[in-house]
Design a protein around this ligand. Structure first.
Ligand SMILES: Cc1cc2nc3c(=O)[nH]c(=O)nc-3n(C[C@H](O)[C@H](O)[C@H](O)COP(=O)(O)OP(=O)(O)OC[C@H]3O[C@@H](n4cnc5c(N)ncnc54)[C@H](O)[C@@H]3O)c2cc1C
Ligand code: FES
Ligand code: FES
Length: 1345
């Protein structure tokens, strides 16, 4: 079969336009092709691994068998362009645009406030759009499924779902609690004042304004492609790239011939297994065989005894095929199919299921495979074909273990898979536990099947396989054999558990860690299977009476709760806020839920982010070389091989820095030694990013290890390794108070760190100008002035030559305050040295490795209290893991200590904090700045007091809460009235006391599932503890046509600051927002700005904008007075004629704020934000999983500038906080290497993590005179309220422990992952697992908190 040496033309369509690629490179992905070749930058890069959905596009293909056109969503980062022959691709630009016509999906997501930073929005739009192409009126479940693979770090998903629901069949009004009733009609159930007030609004957008969905308006499938499929090309197509050749045969015969000729060449189907391996493990396959055009691999045939599915079918198609079969056949025949369907619902995302093939899934034999364990127990067989002929092999344990005797031969391909029907007296089940319910690889999964002798409970056949507990799927064959002939009873259960643990053994050091948890799941799953089968047996036995039926053990009703899984439920909820005064002019937008200024542009992909800026002349790319050692001397750096790679221009090292290389303790580029894995050593500059990354692999660095290497807080304390002196606050007489209390409790709390996971990774474009050493820097930062200053000192040129531009930032959360300056400065050195513009875009892996995040914390407390719950003395000592440089660690320690008291008045207090110096990447600012970690210690301490007093925690909280005007521990006076109101409103709105009773009732009735409920108060201080950090400036120009350009010192991070600034300017100038515009934040327009952080961005910049507008209006006053009936445009024209300056600088000198640490006194914060949150959860004691039943938040936003934006901030922060406290877990190797460097290993909340009922209310009628229009900054505070979920989980765990008679005081550890929950709910299964002596092995990961 000929394999031509010339490349064929690759033909496909993008947005209705034909693309002919004459030199298609198989290594080029669709994402890169769209962004670089076609300049369609709406499709975003955020992870490159198929795990985030930011790059979602729709692919349409005609099915060669059914002739139907299939539309499916894919992640473009995993799609090789060569796989697109004959396909039509639709990107966000093809869906609609601001220039032509907005698509209803785009309009609705923007107007429903479903965009904040907007980086995830095009992906969301494409997932929703594809759903609507297939189902114009989808169900809410379909919507949830379609969006399950799209991550959003800003919004908390609720508004995105709200926009999608407007297309759903059942969408109806505000959907209060899923009843379809409007919340305004609420009756007796809602006793809170929030529910009763007539000036309370619950609509954040007007649904009636939306244009209808008209499917006839969609792009048609290109007729040319239709013709191509009618007369399919039978010729083999070949695409030669630089390193890889793609061969796509047109016939099955040719495929077999090619496979015989290139037995080592993999078949490439979905590329979801090969792609990530080629990327992360650097595997290179010089030849790839694509069977995409071979219809024989897509054949499905049904027989009387089973189902044969073509190996080329996608997992999404397999799901549909199985669902159809399940609906056609009696239940007893579809046990295996239903088990497969169960896992197909949670396996990866819709996009991955659309791409991944059944054959690829089976052949990849990932140890975590969700389908292989079920196929194995279901006795599936593999139909193999080669030029030699066909044969069948069982999908057995030997095949799964990769034994050559049971495997495919290199020249064979998997043609199809045969899955037999199950039979009567046979039961098949599937189990799976992951860090979160959806879109997460499983920790452990299992397939289990039992066949009984007809009419009995005697085991005739048994198969059990597990995934995630070894290098491959593991079969418990021996155990199963030993149990044959046994009765299905408790004795068998006990023996089975012992045997399973023996056979499926997992060493203490096993890769992936979580060893004891996994061992426990091995038996917990079997217990669930035991109960399920028992239930089914009982049902079977009724119509089939056998003499010894008494033998079936009864399952107590309390145990039945073990059987149910948590179903995916579509969240519902209400958002309440106070409407504006009816006398407020219509033109005045302040207080109204105005859409984010960039909302529509986010939705069409037209909003330009840093890396969307078109390539500039002579631009080069940069990639960073980082340390692989935690603490070592650099002995040598050999660049020679790297410099020889074609396209490589230079390697930038510390020697190239003309000015200062950072500070003595915090270098931009390492010089003689490295302090952590991930420290930047040098940077490669090359013509393309691919070349730069390839060169990195060729740089050889030799090290000499240094000592001591410290990673954990415990070791830092041992070595006295700290970054700064201890911070301390004290009041009253703590020692004396401890003497007089009824009880004292001491405890420890561990809070893990958190990755910012902004969707847009760090990026910068530095453009050197030809004159006077000027530089233009486009950078994704919260603090452009800091980038500017750092570049100035690094290059040794004055600040005035450098202009930093920030159009918008794809999420920051504190992670883009300090670090962007480092990347900006290194790129600037590269630009100076080479004379070329430099673009530096961090991969997700590098971003997570290098940049650090939230400080892990270890806290110790000692609390003295009376038996009635009154706390008399509290002593807390906290240590945070600062990493290898100071960064913001001292400030974080200070804030942590200042905020530790939270909402409580305790007379005798001592708070101490220290930042540890360790050999980890430096930790930095993160939303909440120490408060979310520290206050978890305080609240845990309250819970411990409650347990000792035998009172519910909310009683202790209430008893010790600030009630009247008072002073904080640092003597700042404040009025807690709004705090108390939030607390009471939250108790009311959530019907807390009733629900507490219901939770107790539920817990009495259920042994394996427990519910927990918690309500948490919050006093959050905003701002920096220094007046100079509260200054802000603005520049407002009025042009002669009356249009106004506003510039201010804040950066648009997604928090809607620009929208709020225009609302302020609109009110002040009394003109509609349509007259106003903000272009960007630029250091040339507003100099010496402060980082947009600490929740005060809109406050202080709003004051500056107000000031500038007032100055301008004052200048215009005489003109307006003279012609009061005139128009704005006429006044401006007159002002110009009269030579009145139409440009003004506004300035705000800042709130007073200071702190005297010597005296422990000050007025460090301008004001407080108060709030309260109540959450209820249910946990599965056998697996550690949880579902969030309901959350109610009441927040004191005073007079919100924009309730849609403020509610968005609260919800987004809450969900981010929930992630911190429940799923986001950073894992480090014992050598200090961060394992969790992508969305696969690090789980931020997904859309299915939103509480089933999620209500947010802004406290009405609250005022604060200090701030702009009496508003409050709400950027960070909601984060801590996520802890209500954590405390609800610990409440449920405590209930389980109480019932099992285990000590109620357990060490609090955040995040409360399934692993923690399962192991805390100790029972006979946790007792039976083998435990290892930690001294006898090196663990896979270490705990750094
Ligand atoms: C983000 C993400 C999340 C995921 N989550 C999960 C999850 O939760 N659970 C889970 O189980 N899996 C998960 N996966 C893995 C996924 O199921 C597999 O990657 C996928 O099924 C592989 O199919 P593919 O068509 O993409 O294979 P490819 O990557 O195209 O090929 C994989 C291998 O299979 C071989 N191959 C393919 N077809 C044949 C054939 N017909 N004959 C012979 N050899 C063949 C190829 O030679 C190649 O070596 C996830 C993957 C990603 C990217
Ligand atoms: S960038 Fe493609 S899925 Fe994340
Ligand atoms: S709006 Fe979704 S990631 Fe920012």
């Amino acid at each position: 079969m000929p394999c031509p040496s010339r490349s064929d033309e690759l033909v496909f369509f993008v947005n209705g336009r034909k693309v002919i690629e004459r030199n298609a490179d198989p290594e080029v992905t669709l994402l890169s092709f769209l962004r670089k070749n076609l300049r369609l930058t709406g499709t975003k890069y955020a992870c490159g691994r198929g795990g985030c959905g930011a790059c979602t596009v729709m692919v349409s293909k005609r099915d060669p068998t059914s002739q139907e056109i299939r539309h499916f969503s894919v992640t473009a980062c995993l799609v090789p362009i060569c796989s697109l022959y004959g396909a039509a691709v639709t990107t966000v630009e093809g869906v609609g645009s601001m220039k032509t016509r907005l698509h209803p999906v785009q309009e609705r997501i923007a107007k429903s406030h479903g965009t904040q930073c907007g980086f995830c929005t095009p992906g969301m739009v494409m997932s929703m759009y594809t759903l609507l192409r297939n189902h114009p009126q989808p169900s809410e479940e379909q919507l949830l499924e379609a969006l399950g693979g799209n991550l959003c770090r800003c919004t908390g998903y609720r508004p995105i779902l709200a926009s999608g629901k407007t297309f759903c069949l059942e969408s109806n009004g505000c959907q209060q609690k899923g009843t379809g009733k409007c919340c305004l009609d609420l009756g007796e159930n809602d006793s809170s004042s929030l529910g009763r007030k007539s000036d309370i609004c619950t609509e954040l957008f007007v649904k009636e304004e939306f244009q209808p969905l008209d499917p006839t308006q969609e792009l048609i499938f290109p007729p040319e492609l239709l013709r191509m499929t009618e007369n399919p090309e039978k010729r083999t197509l070949t695409f030669h790239g630089e390193r890889v050749t793609w061969i796509s045969p047109g016939t099955f015969k040719d495929l077999l011939e090619l496979k015989a000729k290139h037995p080592e060449a993999p078949l490439i189907l979905g590329n979801t297994s090969l792609g990530p391996a080629m990327r992360s493990k650097g595997c290179l396959h010089p030849i790839l065989l694509s069977p995409a055009r071979i219809s024989e691999l897509n054949v499905v045939s049904k027989t009387n005894d089973g189902l044969t599915i073509g190996a080329g079918c996608s997992l999404a198609q397999v799901k549909d095929i199985l669902a159809e079969r399940v609906s056609e056949l009696p239940e007893e025949k579809t046990q295996t199919y239903r088990a497969l369907l169960k896992h197909l619902k949670s396996l990866a995302s819709q996009q991955i299921r659309n791409m991944a093939s059944l054959g690829g899934h089976i052949i990849s034999r990932h140890s975590y495979s969700d389908l292989n364990p079920i196929l194995a127990v279901g006795n599936a067989t593999l139909n193999l074909t080669s030029e030699e002929g066909t044969r069948r092999i069982p999908l057995s344990e030997h095949f799964l273990a990769g034994l050559a005797s049971a495997d495919l031969k290199p020249e064979e391909i998997l043609e199809s898979v045969y899955i037999p029907h199950s039979q009567k007296w046979e039961f098949v089940s599937a189990f799976r536990q992951a860090q979160c319910q959806q879109n997460a690889l499983p920790d452990v999964n299992a397939g289990m099947r039992v066949l009984f002798k007809e009419g009995t409970d005697i085991i005739e056949d048994l198969s059990i396989t597990y995934g995630g507990v070894g290098a491959a799927t593991v079969s418990a064959h021996k155990s199963c054999q030993q149990l044959l002939g046994r009765q299905w009873d408790e004795l068998m259960l006990d023996e089975a558990c012992r045997r399973l643990l023996d056979e499926v053994s997992l060493p203490g050091w096993a890769p992936g860690g979580r060893v004891e948890f996994k061992r426990t799941l091995v038996v917990s799953f079997f217990f669930k299977f035991y109960l399920q089968v028992l239930q089914e047996l009982k049902k079977l036995i009724k119509p089939f009476p056998v003499p010894n039926s008494r033998r079936y053990p009864e399952i107590s009703d309390r145990f039945l709760s073990a059987l149910e899984d948590f179903p995916g439920t579509v969240p519902q909820g209400v958002q309440r806020y106070q409407s504006v005064d009816s006398h407020q002019p219509l033109q005045d937008p302040v207080g109204r839920p105005v859409m984010h200024l960039s909302g529509l542009k986010h939705a069409t992909g037209e909003a330009e982010f840093c890396d969307d800026i078109p390539m500039v002349d002579k631009e080069l790319c940069m990639a960073l070389v980082t340390s692989t050692r935690a603490y070592a001397k650099i002995i040598s750096i050999d660049l020679s091989e790297a410099l020889e790679i074609p396209g490589v221009v230079d390697v930038i090292t510390a020697k190239d820095i003309p000015g200062t290389n950072g500070t003595e303790d915090d270098k931009l580029l390492a010089v003689d030694e490295v302090l952590c894995v991930g420290q930047i050593i040098c940077a490669v500059v090359a013509e393309t990013d691919v070349q730069a990354k390839r060169a990195i692999e060729k740089i050889k660095i030799t090290y000499e290890e240094l000592e001591p290497i410290i990673f954990t807080i415990k070791d830092a304390i041992k070595h006295n390794s700290f970054l700064c002196p201890e911070k301390k606050l004290e009041q009253g007489n703590i020692e004396e108070a401890f003497e007089k209390v009824d009880q004292i409790v001491e405890g420890e709390v561990h809070v893990g760190g958190q990755e910012h996971f902004y969707m847009e990774t760090q990026r910068v474009l530095v453009i050197p100008k030809t004159e006077d050493k000027e530089l233009d820097i486009y950078v994704s930062t919260q603090d452009p002035a800091h980038v500017q200053k750092t570049v100035s000192s690094t290059l040794n040129i004055p600040i005035n030559r450098i202009t930093c531009h920030v159009k918008r930032v794809g999420g920051g959360f504190g992670g883009k305050i300090g670090r962007p300056a480092v990347f900006g400065a290194i790129a600037a050195v590269g630009a100076l040295k080479t004379g070329h513009p430099i673009r530096l875009v961090l991969d997700r892996e590098d971003d997570m490795l290098i940049t650090g995040g939230r400080h892990p914390l270890f806290g110790k407390y000692k609390v003295g209290f009376m038996n009635n719950g009154r706390i008399k003395a509290l002593d807390i000592e906290c240590f945070i893991n600062g990493g290898c440089t100071l960064d913001d660690s001292e400030l974080v320690t200070e804030f942590l200590i200042l905020k530790l008291e939270n909402a409580y008045k305790i007379r005798n207090l001592r708070f101490r904090g220290r930042a540890c110096l360790t050999n980890l990447p430096s930790n930095t600012a993160f939303r909440g700045f120490g408060f979310p970690q520290g206050t978890l210690v305080t609240e845990s301490c309250i819970t411990a007091v409650a347990a000792k007093c035998g009172l519910p925690p909310e009683k202790i909280r209430e008893k010790n809460m600030y009630r009247t005007v008072d002073k904080t521990i640092y003597k700042q006076a404040f009025n807690p009235e709004s705090l108390v109101r939030c607390w009471n409103e939250c108790l009311d709105a959530s019907s807390f006391h009733n629900r507490r009773k219901q939770v107790e009732e539920f817990n009495k009735k259920n042994y394996w599932k427990k519910r927990g409920i918690a309500v948490i108060p919050m006093k959050f201080s905003v701002g920096f503890a220094a007046t100079s950090y509260h200054q802000a400036a603005a520049l407002v120009h009025i042009y002669t046509d009356g249009s106004v350009l506003v510039t201010h010192g804040g950066n648009e991070l997604g928090q809607g600051i620009h929208t709020k600034m225009l609302q302020v300017a609109s009110r002040e100038l009394k003109i509609p927002m349509s007259h106003l515009h903000i272009c960007e934040t630029s250091t040339a327009m507003v100099p010496n700005t402060i980082a947009t952080a600490a929740s005060v961005g809109a406050d202080i910049n709003g004051k500056a904008v107000q000031n500038a507008c007032q100055i301008l209006l004052k200048r215009l006053e005489p003109i307006i007075k003279k012609n009061p009936e005139g128009t704005w445009e006429e006044w401006i024209e007159a002002a110009f004629e009269q030579r009145i300056s139409l440009s003004a600088t506004g300035y705000f000198r800042g709130y007073k704020a200071f702190m005297d640490w010597e005296k422990g006194e000050g007025d460090p914060f301008p004001y407080y934000v108060y709030g309260a949150a109540c959450s209820e959860v249910e946990i599965d004691c056998l697996t550690g999983a949880h579902k969030k039943i309901r959350t109610d938040i009441v927040m004191d936003a005073c007079c919100s500038l924009n309730p849609a934006i403020d509610i968005g901030q609260i919800e987004g922060a809450f969900i981010q906080g929930m992630g911190l406290y429940t799923t986001e877990e950073l894992k480090y190797s014992p050598e200090g290497v961060l394992y969790s460097r992508g969305p696969d290993e690090y789980k931020i909340p997904t859309i299915s993590d939103v509480p089933e009922e999620f209500n947010v209310s802004l406290l009405p009628s609250s005022q604060t005179p200090l701030t702009i229009y009496s508003s409050k900054g709400l950027g960070e505070s909601g984060m801590f309220l996520g802890s209500s979920v954590f405390f609800a989980i610990t409440d449920a765990v405590a209930a389980a422990r109480k019932e099992r008679d285990i000590a109620e005081d357990f060490t609090v550890k955040s995040p409360a992952t399934p692993e923690w929950v399962r192991m805390a709910c100790a029972d006979r299964f946790t007792e039976m697992i083998p435990r290892d002596d930690p001294k006898t092995f090196k663990p896979w990961s270490i705990t750094v908190a």
